[in-house]
Write a protein that binds this ligand. Structure first.
Ligand SMILES: Cc1cc2nc3c(=O)[nH]c(=O)nc-3n(C[C@H](O)[C@H](O)[C@H](O)COP(=O)(O)O)c2cc1C
Length: 317
């Protein structure tokens, strides 16, 4: 598929996730077949103030391409300045605007999903960013209860010049509860001309296929199910290509992946930016003897001990 002039080598995307989708994790998802990945969301205010912790989120590398950097904010002017700075510093393939985050820390300042209350402002932000940047602009939204209202926002995003829209099938009020409703994305896809990407509750091969079939979307975007599980992209791409499920040993795979992830964090000097224990827990969720290993991780005194507990997973399998 294509986003503006950009050729995307497939249609399975990694969702932007704070504290998850750093460069090493994106590289692993890419290696396993993610067609495109997004950075953790970046505050436009923090970009303007040059907050170094924030700027780390923009770090990328050539193997990471195509990648998007996601920006949030609520002042068009500040977002424009921040987006230009991001374009100059990191040259992302896409700049995505966050109109979906329901976290109070964003919505109290009128950012993220709070903007869904103000369709005209969404239009203005998209339009002005599109006019200011040479980088294609995309947007990520949540649904509103009323399909027509969601559709209206999607139309304004397209009219503003965005090159693609991602739709998470939950309302702001739902946060992460309930099931994602993909009827909105189906309706949006019927009407818009830009690529439409469906997001929410895609957890495996079958759910990916079902959502493609039901919505007719151009791409699917995976969030939580990929946490600690970058290999999911290989499984899904394989299934979409062949109609068959890939056979593999989950424990061995997860252990190998966690070790590689730690190595990449070291290589890119990013170990200090993540909560090692939390990341290790994700990589061990859902595996045999996982509870025992997670207990060891929780009480480990240092990274060496965490690595030793993980090592035991692959020794056992
Ligand atoms: C830990 C975490 C962090 C997230 N951070 C972001 C973010 O920075 N930007 C964003 O647009 N959405 C963010 N999301 C939402 C996801 O991108 C995605 O829309 C949501 O999880 C639904 O997809 P899923 O059902 O595949 O997880 C985050 C979700 C989680 C669980």
């Amino acid at each position: 598929m294509k986003i503006a002039h950009l050729k995307i080598p497939g249609n399975v995307f990694l969702a932007p996730m704070s504290n998850v989708t750093n460069l090493p994790f994106r590289l692993m998802c890419k290696k396993y077949g993610a067609s495109m990945t997004y950075s953790e969301m970046i505050s436009s205010d923090a970009v303007i103030y040059g907050n170094s912790k924030t700027m780390v989120r923009g770090i990328s590398s050539e193997e990471d391409r195509p990648f998007g950097i996601q920006l949030f904010g609520n002042s068009t002017q500040v977002m424009k300045t921040a987006a230009r700075k991001i374009e100059e510093m990191f040259s992302p393939d896409v700049i995505d605007i966050n109109f979906g985050c329901p976290a109070n820390i964003l919505t109290k300042d009128g950012c993220g999903s709070a903007l869904l209350q103000s369709p005209d402002k969404i239009h203005k932000i998209v339009k002005e960013l599109t006019e200011t940047l040479t980088t294609p602009v995309t947007a990520k939204i949540r649904i509103l209860k009323d399909v027509e209202k969601t559709l209206e926002i999607a139309r304004l995003i397209e009219k503003g010049g965005a090159c693609a829209v991602t739709v998470h099938g939950r309302t702001r009020q739902q946060q992460y509860s309930g099931k994602a409703d993909h009827s909105h994305v189906r309706r949006i896809k019927q009407e818009l001309n830009i690529p439409v990407i469906a997001n929410g509750d895609i957890v495996d091969e079958l759910s990916a296929k079902e959502i493609f079939d039901y919505t007719g979307c151009d791409g699917v975007m995976i969030g939580r199910a990929a946490m600690g599980n970058p290999f999911l992209f290989k499984r899904i791409s394989y299934y979409l290509m062949t109609g068959k499920e890939l056979e593999y040993d989950e424990g061995t795979q997860r252990a190998r992946d966690l070790r590689e992830y730690f190595d990449l964090l070291e290589e890119h000097d990013l170990m200090h930016t993540v909560n090692i224990r939390a990341q290790a827990q994700w990589f061990t969720s859902g595996i045999r003897n996982g509870r025992h290993i997670r207990r060891n991780i929780a009480t480990a005194k240092n990274i060496e001990e965490i690595i030793q507990s993980i090592q035991k997973i692959s020794d056992r399998h």
